[in-house]
Design a protein around this ligand. Structure first.
Ligand SMILES: Nc1nc2c(ncn2[C@@H]2O[C@H](COP(=O)(O)OP(=O)(O)OP(=O)(O)O)[C@@H](O)[C@H]2O)c(=O)[nH]1
Ligand SMILES: [Mg+2]
Length: 388
């Protein structure tokens, strides 16, 4: 009996020892990453990168202080002005006129202020804006805003003039998430997140970098590529019928596809995990319900097969366009010898790209997505260092 069982017991003891050793190794491997997992948000202008940073502040830091909220008031009021100004400015070029003749003074006043805003955001100013926003000519021009440049939060703020006008107005989280300020340069946020017990437990540091997405900003990106563990590539799916703010001859979604392919193939980012946030699902759904079709801009949609409602079909179609780029034969195979070491990694492990449908202004949605993504990033890091 002892003779038979001896080797088995020994094997079990060895298994247990090996398992303990593996646990220790995993913890050892994870520890350096506990100190800082570096994430980089990339994507075209207005795709929602900074909005995700704001959500991390709400979810994982202490949210916004009273003084930070007060600081935002001037930007929100400026968002009101740029919204109404840009709508009115585009009425004549689109051949749309005011329906209520009493609004002519207000119209002239707002345009005279120029894009920077009025000398003072006083009662008269808000009365003008309120009256114009009720004008059905102004609404018609607003509905055609894909034909010119208008911030996504125009309707949100113009619907809340009574609140924003108050002298003691303090922006809510929702207002701050909607506030639009273009990013220039590189910003960083640090936060800690609990690691699931199944993945070694403890607390982990994240450094998240935000960059500006407009063309002029992208040359700065390379400065933060070093040591990045995962890229979050943000796409505004509702952009399919809009052109770039910085180049009105280029479709925004086509620009996102070109940029994504550059990022996917960048030899500087080959070891970084890639997670695509197919963002602005709320706005996409609204556009589809209003009768817009991605097929008018991407004819391949007309023969796209899945049987589903239009919003589902559209979001799956957009995802398929990005996914197809990840399976395309890699241009980097022709790259110089300096890329040689990356190819070895690639050949031994096929590279994965993960997709999530998101609405970055919705905190619950971002909380859920972050949970999944955290798991993916940890697995990716462990895979890359050969633990899994
Ligand atoms: N409705 C809606 N609005 C969104 C969503 N994501 C972002 N926005 C809004 O879109 C606008 C642009 O978002 P930002 O986060 O500033 O975009 P960005 O990618 O940082 O833009 P750059 O700094 O120019 O690169 C803001 O007004 C956001 O509130 C979304 O999912 N739904
Ligand atoms: Mg930004």
């Amino acid at each position: 009996m002892r003779i038979v069982c001896g080797p088995c017991m020994q094997a079990r003891d060895e298994d247990a020892d090996y398992s303990k050793q593996l646990d220790r190794e995993i913890k050892h491997w994870i520890r350096p990453y506990d100190q800082a997992i570096k994430l980089l948000l990339l994507g075209t202008g207005e795709s929602g990168k900074t909005t995700i940073i704001k959500q991390m502040k709400i979810l994982h830091v202490q949210g916004f202080s009273q003084s930070e909220r007060i600081e935002k008031v001037k930007y929100i009021r400026h968002n009101v002005h740029e919204s109404i100004h840009d709508i009115l400015f585009n009425m004549a070029p689109l051949g749309i006129s005011l329906r209520n003749p009493k609004n002519h003074d207000a119209y002239r006043f707002i345009l005279k202020c120029g894009p920077d805003g009025p000398p003072e955001y006083n009662e008269e100013y808000y009365d003008f804006v309120r009256s114009l926003w009720k004008d059905s000519g102004v609404r018609e021009c607003f509905r055609r805003s894909n034909e010119y440049q208008l911030i996504d939060s125009a309707e949100y703020f113009l619907d809340r003039l009574d609140l924003l006008q108050k002298s003691d107005y303090i922006p809510s989280d929702a207002d701050i998430l909607r506030c639009r300020q273009k990013t220039t340069g590189i910003q960083k946020i640090e936060f800690k997140v609990k690691v699931p017990k199944s993945m070694a437990g403890g607390v982990q540091d994240f450094w998240m970098f935000d960059v500006g997405g407009q063309r002029g900003e992208r040359k700065k990106w390379i400065q933060v590529f070093e040591g990045i563990h995962a890229i979050w590539f943000v796409v505004a799916c509702s952009d399919f019928d809009q052109t770039l703010r910085e180049d009105n001859s280029q479709n925004r979604l086509k620009e996102a596809l070109v940029l994504f392919e550059d990022v996917w193939q960048s030899r500087f980012l080959l070891t970084a995990g890639l997670i695509v946030f197919l963002n602005k699902q709320d706005l996409l759904e609204r556009k589809i319900s209003a009768g817009r079709s991605v097929g008018d801009y991407f004819p391949a949609y007309r023969t796209y097969k899945p049987e589903a409602d239009e919003h589902t079909r559209t979001k799956l179609f957009i995802r398929s366009m990005f996914a197809d780029l990840t399976t395309k034969k890699q241009a980097r195979q022709n790259m110089a010898a300096s890329a040689e070491r990356f190819r070895v990694v690639e050949a031994s492990r096929p590279r994965e790209c993960y997709f999530h449908f998101t609405t970055a202004t919705d905190t619950d949605n971002v909380r859920t997505v972050f949970r999944d993504v955290h798991q993916i990033i940890l697995t990716h890091i462990l895979t890359n260092i050969g633990v899994y």
